[in-house]
Write a protein that binds this ligand. Sequence first.
Ligand code: PLP
Length: 374
Amino acid sequence: MTKIPLMDLTSNFPQIYDEIEEKLKYLIKNTQFIGGEEVKLFEKEYADFCSSKYAIGCSNGTDALVISLKTLGIGPGDIVLVPANSFIATSEAVTQAGARVNFIDVEPESNNMDPQKIREYLKNNKNKKHVKAIIPVHLYGRMANMDEITQIAEEYNLKLIEDSAQAHGALYKSHPPAHFGDFATYSFYPGKNLGAFGDSGALITNNEELYIKAKSYVDHGRMGKKYEHAMEGANMRLDTLQAAILRIKLRYLSQWTEMRINKVGYYMKGLSSINDITLPSQRSDLLQSWHLFVIQTAKRDELQLYLKDRGISTGIHYPIPLHLQPAYKYLSYQKGDFPITEQLSQRILSLPLWPEITEYQIDRICEEIGKFFS
Ligand SMILES: Cc1ncc(COP(=O)(O)O)c(C=O)c1O
């Protein structure tokens, strides 16, 4: 029985390995480890990829969120709205910036932050006047309802940061992240659609003032000359070696997204006749970059175990809603506060997906899922 992983990070090596090896050898021999041309060029090329004016490379996707919040002046006394259905990095960044997180439930159809629930909070909650920003997450590569969320941010004069860690190349009505928000933030964690060989991330903005401030923040508040600091910042720079790797991989990213879309189409056909599962919904005005392919079923845990016993790895993104994490006990949320997120956490299952997964592998997965329910 050949095993099928949740994702295979080696299957693009034939396309990229030799070029990366050659580039890394050159950079190491020339001791180019911090900053330099590779970082500069990556920032230019990634901004172009995102159809945006400015990109700033940084240490990881969590720091990209922290830098955005700090640059926007959000800190102690402020509240930031974050979806309850996300990876903890989204809310962790708010706390790291010194602000307080408030969770919002998600829509059942998109699994993303529910604009209606944001409105309810901003109308009714006693803390509403402390809210300074919203961080929608474009989960699994599907962008949140940005028409509505942008409208709310404008109405209430709130900052908007799009957590796009899972949404490289995604579009909402032809617009990429950062078209809507003050910043869009990205992670290049190895398993992401654009993954480095270690940690790294980026911020995107179309606002020159924010760009200058954030660019300075990632490098100790440096302004112009070395050892001249306009403010205290942090060491959150993008490594030169990671920038070089990302530049090479970026050239293939659109092709890899296309391959993901095709594989998802193949999955959809293979699973369409199984009534006991809910397939992810699609909308013609979205380009979904399919970081994850997430189905839903009432028998999630049994199905996951059944597949595991047959060598097929799956994932749950995420099994514990953020508001019920021990880390947020101090916020006094209760079970039942965010019913959609809670229901999803019991039902969701991420199936194996990467650009080069074969139709043969997908056939096997669909066949096993069919057998489980028959
Ligand atoms: C939604 C989301 N936000 C933020 C992050 C943080 O990115 P990083 O791991 O690069 O810090 C991740 C990474 O998994 C993520 O999935």
